[in-house]
Design a protein around this ligand. Structure first.
Ligand code: AMP
Length: 213
């Protein structure tokens, strides 16, 4: 199965991608997490990308397309993958289509801007393995420590109120047009992000025709 998950920052793409990764045993690939790793490792790409992320802007298409294509050529993507945060622009979607057999589905998770702002301010992430948490909706049972790997939970640097509103504006302007792009090609499935993560997962799996145990 090949899946693209669309949605505003904080809509729950990362959280749902991780559930789907477990359910379908295919890798969840977050371009945002890849960039944060590159920044931490101070690679050339990371140093360049940081200038954009800090301003709440998108990283240039050619940089992200190169990064994603390299990742998709790895053996673990042979049986499918879940893309979380890619594509974010029409040129990215077109680049993906040039190398694709078209056998993928697109899920758009809809959440209002008000709910997004509330969610992002409570969001936390493991500094080591990037597992997402939320102080209200998905707290770690170990407090400020990651349940999976024992890493410290941190607030992402781009989850400040000013950057959040910039990222939302960028989403509406540059990423939302992708909904029409995929509607036109008959690939778009729209679901409504719920308060509870498991309710959203249930709607998502039903939309994919997958029966839950
Ligand atoms: P995310 O973790 O998906 O919210 O991504 C964090 C940041 O990484 C975004 O605000 C962008 O600056 C950058 N980014 C992630 N994915 C992409 C993409 N597909 N195209 C451009 N920039 C991206």
């Amino acid at each position: 199965m090949k899946l693209i998950i669309l949605g505003a920052p904080g809509a729950g793409k990362g959280t749902q991608a991780q559930v789907l990764e477990q359910t379908f045993s295919i890798p969840a690939i977050s371009t945002g997490a890849m960039i944060r790793h590159a920044i931490k490792d101070e690679t050339q790409t990371g140093i360049e990308a940081k200038k954009f992320i800090d301003k709440g802007q998108l990283v240039p298409d050619d940089m992200i397309i190169r990064m994603l294509e390299e990742r998709l050529s790895m053996p673990d993507c042979k049986n499918g993958f879940i893309l979380d945060g890619f594509p974010r622009t029409i040129p990215q979607a077109e680049a993906f289509d040039r190398n694709s057999d078209g056998s993928y589905k697109v899920i758009s998770i809809e959440v209002s801007d008000e709910a997004i702002i509330e969610r992002l301010t409570g969001r936390r992430e493991c500094a080591v393995c990037a597992t997402p948490y939320h102080i209200v909706n998905k707290p770690s049972s170990k407090g400020e420590i990651c349940e999976k790997c024992g890493g410290n939970l941190i607030t992402r640097e781009d989850d400040t109120p000013e950057t959040i509103s910039k990222r939302l504006a960028v989403y509406h302007k540059q990423t939302e047009p992708l909904k029409n792009y995929y509607k036109d090609s008959g690939k778009l499935i729209t679901i409504h992000g719920k308060e509870s993560i498991s309710d959203t997962t249930a709607e998502l799996l039903a939309a994919l025709g997958h029966k839950q145990d």
